[in-house]
Design a protein. Structure first.
Length: 330
């Protein structure tokens, strides 16, 4: 029998390296192999919708570690053995599997160390697929599901063929590193333009001194970070939106907060106008390749500053920590 690393569905089971990972896989689930032993898992539906929840199969008695969104800007790890312990909005799932022999069982006379040596890992990543995003979740009956949604009632589909990426490897750290790069290339994000907002916090004589800078960097570029005693740097990554041939924009958030991007609840672009919904108060920042013509907060004109050397736009949000509607026109 030939054992392949590419995930396959056989007899209602999702198998990786000959090991059963999920049982009771529904008939509408499909596997699309990519390269180097990885594959996309998706599903078909009989109805059009902007939000689908597909069952992938039953996950039981398999050690896992997952990362899920507890808040819009904060992920928390969780460990367990069954799908019922996987929360909603799970962004990454790492399974620990034991490789079986060709006959499907490990000889009882084999030493325990041999079984441990055959251990490998399966990485399950919900990904962006066009206008849709995917997340993982579990049910009380230990069914592993993926939620596939566009966030727009007008954007609908009946199939999610590339909603979940699956890869396997012997080293969990190398597996994650080796999976991200080809995944970015596959979905077309590799080499896209990006922007990094760097906020440096320095502890000095019991006072906090903030120094911020804005940099445009390609996704393939690496950054070197050197820290002194009692010093830290916070990086907020925001994708740059090209509004037209001359205007490029990216929201940053409240730049004096540790989690700057957490203040941005919504951001939309239409007819040369950027509209954002922000939570909290303080100095709100954004990147713009050109100086805006006006800025409004809750439909009232507000003064703003613009640094031409790095494109940083700032406006002061006053009042309590309620939502603010920010409108920037060009």
């Amino acid at each position: 029998m030939t054992i392949t690393a590419i995930p396959v569905i056989k007899n209602g089971c999702l198998m990786v390296r000959g090991k059963v990972v999920l049982t009771g896989v529904p008939d509408n689930v499909v596997v699309s192999p990519t390269s180097a032993g990885s594959a996309f898992i998706g599903a078909n539906s009989t109805t059009l919708s902007s939000r689908h929840v597909f069952n992938l199969g039953v996950l039981e008695d398999c050690k896992f570690m997952c990362l899920f969104l507890a808040k819009i800007w904060w992920m928390i790890p969780r460990v367990g053995k069954s799908a019922s312990e996987i929360p909603m909005e799970t962004q990454m799932l790492l399974l620990e599997a034991g490789e079986e022999s060709l006959v499907g069982v490990v000889d009882d006379d084999s030493p325990t160390e041999l079984a441990n040596d055959n251990k490998f890992y399966v990485l399950v990543l919900p990904v962006l697929d066009g206008a849709f995003r995917a997340t993982l979740q579990g049910t009380p009956s230990n069914e592993l599901q993926f939620c596939y949604e566009s966030g727009d009632p007008e954007v609908q589909t009946s199939q999610a063929l590339e909603g979940v990426f699956v890869n396997s490897g012997d080293n969990p750290f190398e597996l994650i590193k080796d999976s991200i790069k080809p995944l970015l290339i596959w979905i077309g994000l590799d080499g896209a333009h990006g922007m990094l907002f760097t906020l440096k916090l320095v502890q000095m004589e019991s006072k906090r001194v903030f120094r911020g800078s804005v940099s445009r960097v390609p996704k393939s570029k690496t950054l070197e970070v050197t820290l002194g005693v009692l010093q830290c740097e916070i990086f907020t990554l925001s994708p740059v939106k090209v509004l037209n041939d001359n205007i490029q924009f990216a929201p940053i958030g409240l730049i004096h907060m540790y989690n700057s991007g957490g203040a941005v609840e919504e951001c939309s672009f239409k007819d040369g106008v950027v509209r954002m919904k922000a939570r909290g108060w303080g100095l709100f920042g954004a990147y713009s390749s050109v100086k805006p013509s006006s800025c409004k907060v809750d439909s009232k004109d507000e003064d703003f500053s613009y640094r031409s050397e790095d494109g940083l736009v700032t406006v002061n949000l006053q009042g309590e920590s309620s939502f603010k509607e920010i409108e920037i026109a060009f």
